[in-house]
Write a protein that binds this ligand. Structure first.
Ligand SMILES: [Mg+2]
Length: 367
C-alpha cells in the first residue's frame, strides 16, 4: 500500500461553555485534523492539538504546519508502514507525531480489518471512564457530580486549586456527599498549590476518600512532589510533570507518584505510551490514559490506547468530547453508564464530518 496523500485542516474547537481550571478558563483550542490516503482508497485520520502556553496563533500554526509538511515529504509516495517517531522536543512536535502515528495505524488497521487497539496490544472491548467537572461553584459541581453518579460513571474528576484552601475543602465535601461512597473521587489541581499549601490541604481532604490528587504542585520540581506525597497522606498523580519519557522515568525512580496520567497527545504517540505504561506498571504505579480535551478523532485514538492496556487499568479520562460544542465526528464515540466501547468499524473507527470541519475551519487548507 502506497501513501498517495497527506493533508490536514486546522480547526478551532469550541468548548460548549468555558471550561475552568486553576490555570484559567478555556474557550477554544486550535487543532489540526490530519488525513493519510492510500492508493487503495483507505483514509487514516489523526489529530494534532498542542497545548502550548508559550506559542499561540501564527507561531503555533507555522510550527505545526512545518512539521506536517516535513512528514508529507517523508511519507507520500512510500509504502504505508509504522513510522519511526523522534522523541519530541516541543508540544507541537509531540502532537504532530501523535497525529501521524494515529493516521498510519488507522489505515493499517483498516487494511487488516482489526481495531486500531489490536496493533497496540490485546484489546478489551470496553474502557471504564471518569466524568470531568471543571472548577465550578460548589452547588454546580455537586449537581454535575450527582448527575455523573446517576449516569453510572465509576469515577468523577474535579478540578480544584483556583480558590482558598478552605473553599476547596468545602467543595470537595459537597461533591463527595452528592456522589455517595461508591464512586471514586479524583482531584486535579493543575499545579496550583505551593508545596506548603498542598501539605496543608491534602490531610484536610483525606476524609473524603480521594482516589488521587493530580498535579498538586507545579511541574518541574521533583523534590517538591516527593515531599508532598510523603507528607500529604493522599495518593499523588503526575500529569503536567510528564512531557517526555525521560521525565516519567525520573518520576518513577524518585518514587514521586502513585499514579501517572499519560496523554498520547503530549507524549507524542500511542506506541510510546504503551511502553511507558508497561514501565510504570512494573514498579507498581497505576496508569490512567486521558485525552487532551481534543476532538473525537484524537480522543478515539486515546480510547484505543486505553483499550490495549490490561483490564485492571483504572477508569480513564476519555469522556471529554461532551465538553466541546461538537466532537467533529459523523457518529459520536460510544459511551454508556460510564463505559466507552471501541467503535464497531475497523481502524480508529471514526470519521470526521466534512460539514462540521468546514464550520470550525480557521484557515485555508495547506497547499
Ligand atoms: Mg490533569
Amino acid at each position: 500500500m502506497i501513501i498517495t496523500a497527506l493533508h490536514w485542516q486546522a480547526v478551532s474547537l469550541r468548548f460548549a461553555r468555558p471550561f475552568a481550571t486553576s490555570r484559567g478558563r478555556m474557550r477554544d483550542s486550535r487543532s489540526w485534523i490530519v488525513t493519510i490516503e492510500t492508493a487503495e482508497g483507505i483514509r487514516g485520520y489523526g489529530e494534532a492539538m498542542p497545548r502550548c502556553e508559550v506559542a499561540s496563533g501564527d507561531r503555533l500554526t507555522s510550527a505545526v504546519e512545518d512539521e506536517l509538511l516535513a512528514w508529507r515529504r517523508r511519507l507520500v509516495g512510500h509504502p504505508l508502514a509504522i513510522p519511526d517517531l523522534p522523541v519530541p522536543r516541543s508540544p507541537s512536535e509531540a502532537a504532530v507525531s501523535f497525529a501521524i502515528e494515529t493516521a498510519v495505524l488507522d489505515a493499517l488497521a483498516q487494511h487488516q480489518g482489526v481495531p486500531l487497539a489490536a496493533l497496540l496490544g490485546e484489546p478489551r472491548p470496553a474502557v471504564p471512564v471518569n466524568a470531568t467537572i471543571g472548577s465550578s461553584e460548589p452547588e454546580d459541581a455537586a449537581r454535575e457530580a450527582a448527575q455523573a453518579a446517576a449516569a453510572g460513571f465509576p469515577a468523577v474528576k474535579l478540578k480544584v486549586g483556583d480558590r482558598p484552601l478552605t473553599a476547596d475543602v468545602a467543595r470537595v465535601a459537597a461533591v463527595r456527599e452528592a456522589i455517595g461512597p461508591a464512586v471514586a473521587l479524583r482531584l486535579d489541581a493543575n499545579g496550583a498549590w505551593r508545596p506548603d499549601e498542598a501539605v496543608a490541604i491534602l490531610p484536610a481532604l483525606a476524609p473524603y476518600q480521594i482516589d488521587y490528587v493530580e498535579q498538586p504542585v507545579r511541574p518541574g520540581r521533583l523534590a517538591e512532589l516527593v515531599w508532598v506525597r510523603k507528607e500529604g497522606g493522599i495518593p499523588i498523580a503526575a500529569d503536567e510533570s510528564i512531557t517526555s519519557p525521560a521525565q516519567l522515568v525520573a518520576l518513577l525512580a524518585a518514587e514521586a507518584v502513585d499514579v501517572v496520567v499519560l496523554k498520547p497527545m503530549a507524549l507524542g504517540g500511542l506506541r510510546r505510551c504503551v511502553a511507558l505504561a508497561q514501565l510504570a506498571r512494573t514498579v507498581g504505579v497505576r496508569v490512567v490514559i486521558t485525552s487532551s480535551l481534543e476532538s473525537g478523532v484524537g480522543t478515539a485514538a486515546a480510547l484505543h490506547l486505553a483499550a490495549a492496556l490490561p483490564a485492571d487499568t483504572p477508569p480513564c479520562g476519555l469522556a471529554t468530547t461532551g465538553l466541546l460544542e461538537h466532537d467533529l465526528l459523523t457518529v459520536p464515540l460510544p459511551l454508556d453508564r460510564g463505559v466507552m466501547t471501541l467503535p464497531d468499524r475497523p481502524g480508529l473507527g471514526v470519521q470526521p464530518d466534512a460539514r462540521v470541519l468546514a464550520r470550525y475551519r480557521v484557515r485555508k487548507d495547506a497547499p
